[in-house]
Design a protein around this ligand. Structure first.
Ligand SMILES: NC(=O)c1ccc[n+]([C@@H]2O[C@H](COP(=O)([O-])OP(=O)(O)OC[C@H]3O[C@@H](n4cnc5c(N)ncnc54)[C@H](O)[C@@H]3O)[C@@H](O)[C@H]2O)c1
Length: 258
């Protein structure tokens, strides 16, 4: 029996990057997936490439009706919803002094509120239908560590850690687990600057494991949290970052490490 046989997962932001790789690997391991995204072209292309165990849905996570419709589609096409991966994001970087109200709202609405709405829609179905489930939030190193220009993003990502913990505690009684992953720099369309070989090398040099992350590195952690092997794991936060978030003391001027 394969790992995700008879399991159905909705992946938001599933048309690109980490979400796309997670969708692909979920199906490779026997599951069925709803790829939810506002990017129709990329999403439809990915679903076609994966095959009949994948379906694309035009999902806008900021719209509760759209999230409910994604659940309806998963149930109609594949029979259930067992997992949710909340990967959708929009960036609006800028210093907090100047950040526009609309930009602040955009990042929080898609990253944080969208994850709540999608989790709520799926969780309601699981609870009403007596199904266990697993919800994974895409937080970030930024959710634990502030950095330049990322006030709205990091606040969103910190909120996702607490949202996962809240859902975990509220819904443990239904057998629904919720966890967060914190990727470090990972090569996706979101981090196009990593295409610059100098930046990529410099980032690799400051990462304890010596390289930047790939989408499959993050997907492997997400799939673990979705799987029955993580049956006793809830309210947890998993760093998947080559160790970089814990390496700040390595970079203090004047310290000797070798
Ligand atoms: N790439 C990294 O270095 C990195 C690091 C830490 C955390 N993360 C997090 O991982 C997640 C995935 O990142 P990625 O690098 O794969 O990004 P990405 O830009 O490749 O993919 C994000 C997807 O979200 C979709 N999206 C945007 N608005 C949406 C909406 N309203 N409804 C549904 N989908 C919407 C986009 O169309 C896109 O396909 C994000 O939450 C990101 O914050 C990424």
């Amino acid at each position: 029996m394969t790992q995700f046989e008879n399991k159905v997962c909705i992946v938001t932001g599933g048309a690109s990057g980490i979400g796309a790789k997670t969708a692909e690997m979920f199906v490779q391991r026997g599951g069925q997936v709803v790829i939810g995204d506002v990017n129709d072209e990329a999403g439809e292309g990915l679903a076609a490439a994966i095959g009949d165990k994948a379906v694309f849905f035009h999902l806008d996570v900021s719209d509760p009706a759209s999230c409910e419709a994604a659940v309806d589609l998963a149930v109609a096409r594949f029979g259930s919803v067992d997992g949710v991966v909340n990967s959708a994001i929009k960036m609006a970087p800028g210093p907090l002094k100047d950040l526009a109200h609309a930009d602040w709202n955009l990042v929080l609405e898609i990253g944080l509120t969208g994850s709540f709405l999608m989790s709520q829609a799926a969780g309601r179905w699981m609870i009403d239908n007596g199904r266990k489930g697993s919800i994974v939030m895409l937080s970030s190193n930024g959710g634990r560590n502030p950095y330049g220009m990322s006030g709205a993003y990091s606040t969103t990502k910190a909120g996702l850690i607490m949202l996962a913990q809240h859902l975990a505690i509220e819904w443990a009684q239904y057998g629904i687990r919720a966890n967060a992953v914190c990727p470090g720099h990972t090569e996706t369309p979101l981090t196009a600057y990593l295409q610059d070989p100098e930046i990529k090398q410099a980032r690799s040099d400051v990462t304890p494991l010596g390289r930047v992350g790939q989408p499959e590195d993050i997907a492997n952690g997400i799939l673990f949290l979705l799987s029955d092997e993580a049956d006793y794991v809830t309210a947890a936060t998993l760093d998947i970052d080559g160790g970089i978030a814990k390496s700040v003391m390595n970079h203090m001027p004047g310290r000797k490490w070798s």
